[in-house]
Design a binder for this molecule. Structure first.
Ligand SMILES: *Cc1c(COP(=O)(O)O)cnc(C)c1O
Ligand SMILES: [Zn+2]
Length: 408
């Protein structure tokens, strides 16, 4: 059983229950009172001591860390570790919807149930909806999934979706889906799962850093990941803070990446600015349509908020890369041929940024590097399972004159 308090990083106020935010412009963070003991449980549940829930769900998802041979050799790296977050049964990786969103869904639902929630709404560019659909389906929890119409193809699960899964399509992009989700929550009195604000989502993703540190024996010097909201990167940074507090060695530099031409986080960080301005994403809608990795299309990431991505980048002396569609696609081919498993487009963006870092001597050949393959194994999964596309119950248009609220 995990023991923790939830604290506002700005005013220090403590909370309990299913609180998502303080009145301050700050994230809340869980402070675990004890060192974690690895439990004899499947997947990520072995780290339940540092998750904000008490009972594991019946899911096997979890990060898998292994030392790369193929890709490492190709890049001339001696200590390249891969955190594989997808389906790869030969390596014991059972993220059944093939991305690290599976790491968010299970502890978030567990936390919600333990706090008495009966239903929950999630706005998503598709991968999160898929992960929540699968985990909810597995245990019969009711969820509303709000997804842009053009990304509906991403919402599938291995197995038959039950009546507890409600999919709503939105005409518009990911940020429009977030607005519509907020409106539905207010009108129907459904709980928001809260996105980056939900400590369960962050600490679930943070198990990537936990697992890697346990496998490697220390924290990596470099952490590579493609970012849309940056929640996964914030999560790994927060876990690094906890690990350091409990005596683990090392400190990871965040090496994040986005896909040209939609690179708001890259542009703001390059200008060393705490705010993302409209100028950081010119022609946002058109740009989003041009990127290969559309999952990375968040227009309102938790960047400026206290404890958010800007703070994480400052604290780790981080770097953000912007890579082209071609670089990402080529990187994906190289990964598949050297590591013998398929990877999703955002993962390919991260691989491309690692190739860039190697070519520009931004990482040393001996450095301990952790590459987060945030999604993969979809082709592999289809060999083993029939996947079922979830059908939307309705399609709605975002009402005009709605101000997009901050990312949640
Ligand atoms: C969501 C997602 C990302 C980006 O993660 P953020 O936490 O939103 O930055 C990267 N890769 C995959 C496969 C994803 O589904
Ligand atoms: Zn506060």
């Amino acid at each position: 059983m995990s023991e923790y308090t939830i604290k506002c990083l700005e005013c220090g106020k403590e909370f309990n229950g299913y609180t998502l935010s303080c009145s301050c412009y700050s994230l809340l963070r869980a402070e675990y009172k004890k060192r974690f003991q690895i439990k004899d449980l499947p997947g990520m549940w072995r780290f339940i001591d540092w998750l904000p829930c008490n009972k594991p769900l019946n899911t096997k998802c979890g990060p898998i860390t292994y030392k790369s041979n193929g890709l490492a050799k190709e890049l001339g790296l001696k200590n390249l570790y891969i955190s594989f977050n997808g389906y790869y049964p030969e390596k014991n990786a059972f993220n059944m919807t093939c991305s690290f969103k599976d790491l968010e869904a299970s502890p978030t639902i567990a936390r919600a149930i333990e706090n008495g929630l009966k239903t929950m709404l999630i706005s998503s560019a598709g991968n999160t909806a898929r992960a929540f659909a699968y985990a909810s389906n597995k245990i019969g929890f009711e969820v509303y999934l709000v997804v842009p119409e053009s990304y509906l193809y991403r919402v599938w699960i291995p197995g038959e979706p039950g009546e507890n899964i409600h999919l709503i399509a939105v005409k518009g992009d990911y940020s429009d889906a977030i607005s519509v989700g907020n409106i539905i929550c207010k009108n129907k009195n459904i709980s928001q799962e809260g996105g980056a604000k939900n400590i369960a989502r962050r600490d679930g993703m943070g198990t990537v850093m936990l697992d890697a540190t346990v496998v490697i024996g220390q924290m990596p010097k470099h952490y590579f990941q493609a970012v849309g909201s940056g929640t996964g990167a914030i999560a790994c940074w927060e876990m690094a803070i906890r690990l350091r507090k409990w005596g683990w060695k090392g400190w990871p530099k965040l090496n994040l990446s986005q896909n040209i031409p939609f690179t708001p986080i890259y542009n703001a960080w390059k200008a060393k600015r705490r705010e993302i301005l409209a100028d950081d994403m010119p022609n946002a809608r058109e740009s989003i349509e041009k990127i290969y990795s559309t999952v990375l299309s968040n227009r309102n990431p938790p960047y400026s908020i206290k404890g958010g991505l800007y703070d994480a980048l400052c604290d780790t002396n981080g770097e953000v890369y912007a890579v082209t569609n071609k670089e990402a696609k080529d990187a994906g081919k190289l990964f598949e041929s050297t590591e013998e498993i398929d990877s999703l487009p955002p993962a390919n963006v991260a691989i491309a940024s690692l190739i860039r870092a190697v070519n520009e001597d931004k990482v040393g050949k001996d450095d301990i590097i952790l590459l987060n393959i945030t999604g993969g194994g979809v082709s592999r999964l289809k060999e083993d399972y029939d996947i079922v596309q979830i059908k939307p119950e309705m399609t709605i248009r975002k009402p005009e004159n709605i101000v997009i609220e901050n990312e949640c």
